[in-house]
Design a protein around this ligand. Structure first.
Ligand SMILES: [Zn+2]
Length: 387
């Protein structure tokens, strides 16, 4: 079965009006076409969902309840999802470097700017620098998040290519290090702007549905050395969210195409690590619950957590994922005009393994990039100079 035939089954019909057409002329201008996705995060192992540094887990009191629950902050979810999408894109690169090359070619030969030099008409090509550099070696493509280092001014955009699907969806900055208008005579880049591309992915914080008394525990760790049974002062304590804890989360995608939505859902469904020291701890499982398209947001993770905590919070033992999913779907489907449709996690996990998913995502992304660049050139050079 082709991906197109599958599409009708895994994405509800009702979303059709709320997706953007990749070829749309004014695609980079928002139309408030929003896709809301509600999901559960199940802690399979102990997790440390702090953002940075060594402070303890973030706790908040759920309004209208007597519960204080651990929270996973949006920036954490954003970073984890971005990294996971980049990992899928690297698998696509390794599997199909020649297909990737076709996309890169379009980012190298985007436009030409007309200019007059000493009375002579010249054309200056416009390209994404980090696509041009690796065009002959597409297997070298990479994009990554650089943590803030010594030079704060260059903090996060060092490793970013500014054009890949993760950059186009989660946001990036286009600077003279990633985009060039090539003055071929003087052999230099005359692009001297810094333009932010906004994220079209907005996570709510994800809230646990059980009080910290049941969802957070102190673990004592022991640094044991080989050969001797000496532990000395190497005992230390750390707070973790306990295995079995369930969080409810929501994310809103703004003005995405069908390929972007599928790539994002394949990413979300395959998240399996989260939090500090994630090689040791942090195994999670994401369970997609419901999806809805519309021009405004209808639910928040906070109110869903409140409802679920009111239902399950008094339990001595945490409820199973199935039980919570069931209740969550009742809330989502039953909430007036909200019209959420249940979606299947396993279908999107399968989609992640299908390389066509990532090829299609690249295709739509290249169109988006070209429109973004066109808009920038139009502002700084005027439309009549662009060919
Ligand atoms: Zn990128």
């Amino acid at each position: 079965m082709s991906q197109k035939e599958e599409a009708g089954e895994i994405l509800p019909e009702s979303l059709k009006d709320w997706l953007r057409d990749p070829q749309e002329q004014d695609r980079v201008y928002p139309k408030n076409k929003k896709i809301e996705i509600v999901f559960l995060i199940e802690a399979v192992n102990a997790i440390l969902p702090r953002t940075e540094g060594v402070e303890d887990i973030t706790l908040i009191k759920l309004p209208g309840t007597e519960y204080e629950v651990p929270v996973i902050l949006p920036e954490k979810l954003q970073a984890v999802a971005r990294r996971r999408m980049l990992a899928h894109l690297r698998r696509f690169r390794d599997a199909n470097p020649e297909e990737l090359k076709k996309h890169l070619e379009k980012l190298v030969n985007m436009y030409k700017i007309k200019a007059k030099k000493k009375g002579k008409e010249v054309e200056m090509p416009v390209s994404f620098i980090k696509a041009k550099q690796i065009l002959d070696n597409p297997e070298q493509w990479n994009c990554y998040i650089q943590p803030p280092g010594g030079d704060i001014s260059k903090a996060t955009d060092v490793g970013m290519d500014a054009y890949c699907p993760a950059c186009a969806l989660f946001g990036t900055v286009i600077t003279d290090e990633t985009l060039e208008i090539r003055d071929t005579e003087k052999n230099r880049n005359i692009f001297a702007e810094s333009v932010g591309v906004k994220s079209r992915v907005e996570f709510d914080p994800a809230f646990a549905i059980m009080d910290q008394e049941k969802s957070v525990a102190s673990y004592t760790h022991n640094k044991v050395s080989d050969g001797v049974s000496w532990t000395g002062k190497s005992l230390y304590e750390e707070k973790h969210v306990v295995p079995g804890t369930i969080f409810v989360g929501k994310v809103t995608l703004e003005d995405v195409t069908e390929a972007e939505l599928k790539g994002f859902l394949a990413t979300l469904a395959t998240l399996d690590r989260l939090g500090g020291r994630e090689r040791l701890f942090g195994t999670i499982r994401v369970h997609l619950a419901g999806i809805r398209g519309g021009s405004y947001e209808t639910v928040s993770a906070l109110e869903l957590a409140r409802k679920l905590a009111s239902k399950f919070g008094d339990r001595l033992y945490p409820p199973s994922v199935d039980e919570v999913l069931n209740e969550l779907n009742k809330i989502l489907v039953g909430s007036g005009d909200a019209r959420f449709t249940p979606i299947s996690t396993s279908e999107f996990k399968k989609l992640a393994e299908n390389m066509e998913t990532w090829d299609n995502l690249w295709k739509d992304t290249v169109e988006y990039d070209k429109q973004i660049v066109y808009r920038i050139l139009k502002l700084i050079r005027g439309e009549e100079k662009i060919t």
